[in-house]
Write a protein that binds this ligand. Structure first.
Ligand SMILES: Cc1cc2nc3c(=O)[nH]c(=O)nc-3n(C[C@H](O)[C@H](O)[C@H](O)COP(=O)(O)OP(=O)(O)OC[C@H]3O[C@@H](n4cnc5c(N)ncnc54)[C@H](O)[C@@H]3O)c2cc1C
Length: 308
């Protein structure tokens, strides 16, 4: 009989797979979380769902001296409408966004995206804020929030500030949130619009090979507003401004959507990896852009009782 595999221990893994030692603090309010961030400085990290941070700690890609747990901050876990704005708290779980009727009514793009993010285990724990702050180049919600032109509200010792999601990301795994700050919520202006999200993945629950979100609003038969979010495609700030500009002010036709897809594909800068070569990903960028725009348009027409 062959020898049984060795049970993983600190020794035989050479330190990998087991996080380095850290302090653990449980924040009881936003103010308390900020106080703890101030106390531990840049060596501390907030932990939300932990689905990205804990694996990184196990691989020693992150070695915070202190983990500040914000899971008890119920005030950050709500989805609400304030006047004409949908407010999504940073601690809203993926599953809650997927279940939210009010979010789905105004922005079906979120339900489209959430249905394809990971699996129920990850969706029950992973958060909207953690996803955006992780800023993984293949993260789905960044493209969805970019398409609908959301704003991010950030709180820190210098007060509260608001930044467009389109200016939130400063690079792969980097955002404008400073080490002593906390993302509070995402705010999406509710205006008459329709939206959709299209993703290609190698198998159910996988990260995107490529994905595109689209939001649009018509005035008469002209596109008055267009948002296109791209993920896993190396598009700066997860969106496609040239394709949006091309479409805005003109009619919503399949030919123009196809041309917008070609423009979006040129704008992005995908990397070849195990999910596919560059030309395949550019092809997906073009196809998914046209498809997401077409789906958003048919939702618009369905809601406005117009003929498709
Ligand atoms: C198996 C698996 C499959 C996945 N598939 C997908 C997928 O298909 N698509 C997709 O988009 N995602 C996917 N994910 C990612 C998942 O959706 C999580 O949402 C994501 O890992 C981060 O959310 P979290 O709440 O777990 O954040 P955490 O891991 O707790 O935190 C991530 C980072 O954000 C920081 N942070 C968290 N909250 C805040 C805050 N409020 N303010 C400031 N900083 C904050 C933390 O300090 C940390 O640096 C997958 C994850 C796993 C494990």
């Amino acid at each position: 009989m062959p020898p049984l595999p060795e049970w993983p221990t600190r020794a035989n893994l050479g330190g990998m797979q087991v996080p380095a030692q850290f302090q653990y603090e449980k924040a009881t309010s936003v103010e308390h979380a900020l106080e703890l961030l101030g106390r531990y400085g840049s060596e501390s990290r907030l932990v939300a769902g932990g689905h990205s941070l804990i694996p990184m700690m196990k691989l020693r890609l992150a070695q915070p001296e202190a983990l500040i747990d914000i899971n008890d901050l119920d005030e950050l876990a709500r989805i609400s409408v304030e006047e004409d704005t949908l407010v999504v708290g940073a601690m809203v779980r993926h599953a809650d966004l997927l279940d939210s009727a009010i979010a789905g009514e105004h922005f079906p793009i979120f339900h489209d995206a959430e249905r394809m993010i990971a699996d129920p285990v990850v969706r029950n724990r992973g958060t909207v804020g953690g996803s955006l702050c992780q800023a993984d180049p293949s993260e789905d919600l960044s493209a969805a929030f970019a398409a609908v032109r959301a704003e991010a509200v950030i709180q820190g010792p210098r007060g509260r500030r608001t930044t467009p999601v389109r200016e939130f990301f400063t690079g792969p795994y980097q955002t404008v949130v400073e080490p002593d700050e906390l993302l509070l919520q995402l705010r999406v202006p509710i205006r008459s619009s329709a939206s959709a999200y299209e993703k290609v993945e190698r198998r159910a629950g996988d990260w995107a090979v490529a994905a595109v979100g689209a939001a649009l609003r018509l005035e008469g038969d002209q596109l008055a507003e267009v948002g296109i979010g791209l993920t896993a495609l190396g598009a700066p700030q997860f969106h496609a401004p040239e394709a949006e500009q091309f479409l805005t002010g003109g009619p919503a036709t399949p030919e123009r959507f196809a041309e917008a897809g070609r423009i979006a594909a040129q704008h992005c800068n995908p990397l070849a990896d195990q999910r596919g070569p560059v030309d395949y990903k550019r092809h997906l960028a073009a196809t998914l852009t046209a498809r997401a725009l077409g789906k958003a348009l048919s939702r618009w027409r369905g809601r406005n009782h117009q003929e498709a």
